[in-house]
Design a binder for this molecule. Sequence first.
Ligand code: FAD
Ligand code: UDP
Length: 381
Amino acid sequence: MIGDQSGREHYDYLIVGAGFAGSVLAERLASQHDAKVLLIDRRPHIGGNAYDEPNEAGILYHKYGPHIFHTNSDQVVDYLSQFTEWRPYEHRVRAVVRDRLVPIPINRTTLNELFDLDLKTDEDAAAYLASRAEPVADIQTSEDVVVNAVGRELYELFFQGYTRKQWGLDPSELDKSVTSRIPTRTNTDDRYFTDSFQAMPAEGYTRMFERMLDHPNIEVRTGVDFREVRDSVDYGHLIFTGPIDEYFDHRFGKLPYRSLTFDHQTLEQERFQDTGTVNYPAPDVPYTRISEYKHLTGQQAPVTTITYEYPSAEGDPYYPIPRAENQELFKRYEALGDETEGVTFVGRLATYRYYNMDQIVGQALATFRRMDGKREPHNAD
Ligand code: FAD
Ligand code: UDP
């Protein structure tokens, strides 16, 4: 081991956060650059928000809510496939609207079931939606996107209540990118995603992370906050995947992140609901959705585990909140980050981007390519 004068071990990289961003970079730097990496996480486990584990009943569940892997990137699939086999899985979601359980994204079936219609073709559905849509000339907000596509009634039934709960904001106060995640369809495709690759890691996310980090150059310490080690660990370069405003002690003010409380329940029944997730857009229901893991994992068992998601302002930061004023504040932190020598910010919290897992893997791989061959000078004591 290389040590400094005080005998401390030297790491080429200290990586903060063992989620996708931190773990992909740890793996790449260790295996491709032969770099010595110390990877820390303040949680008692690796995997970040994608962490899964078997509960007391033996059901594999996701501690931070349901994570469904989907991507159009061959590069990301090829990369992750080094560490896992896959179980094909296409996610389907229903929404409880007017006491009916109908497909979301809104598709032809949704319209037929909700309004007792008999739309037979894509053209029928397109014409029906066109008759309800309220065109918005300049689409800016998450309200504009939906009202423009399906009109106000469907907007209120499916999006307004859900969004107000999820974000604590009206869709009119959120960037259009938020509800743009959910398409409107005129066919009967009821899959939540249409990406070319949709599958779950066969033995779960945590197992995949374990394989990724199983390298002699990587030391993992969980239950350790950056603050505890920032002055005592000898490292060359820092990769930070936590909230960027926290790194800079909130000097420009707090960046808003939305949180959730998860209520995990194990029920003495084989199945709870017919699809992986059921959404509850009604304003008088306090949770946004219920997910049942056995659909995602294919696990067979006489009992089942479900998770209710209750949005909240307080708690772990899960979602950056996409709106102009937050982006402006983030830009100030980003500029500060760019000026700060020896630190790279990557990941959903550090780059304040509402990214899915595959996008974070792509971001981390791109960050690695930019680091290619570059060895930072070691920090002085
Ligand atoms: P994270 O996974 O958040 O990892 C960051 C890690 O850094 C955390 O473990 C944290 O503890 C650690 N950390 C932060 N600060 C410090 C510090 N100071 N010291 C030490 N450690 C620190 N994506 C999909 O593709 N499909 C889905 O179905 C999906 N569902 C989701 C459902 C929910 C409820 C949520 C919240 C997200 C979902 N996502 C989904 C998004 C996915 O979770 C993220 O894209 C991905 O996990 C981001 O990885 P990351 O490494 O950037 O961040
Ligand atoms: N959304 C909604 N109703 C729904 C599903 C989604 O209003 O039935 C909106 C809501 O604002 C949500 C956003 O679309 O936050 C993105 O939904 P997604 O399912 O992608 O959210 P995530 O899985 O990231 O929490």
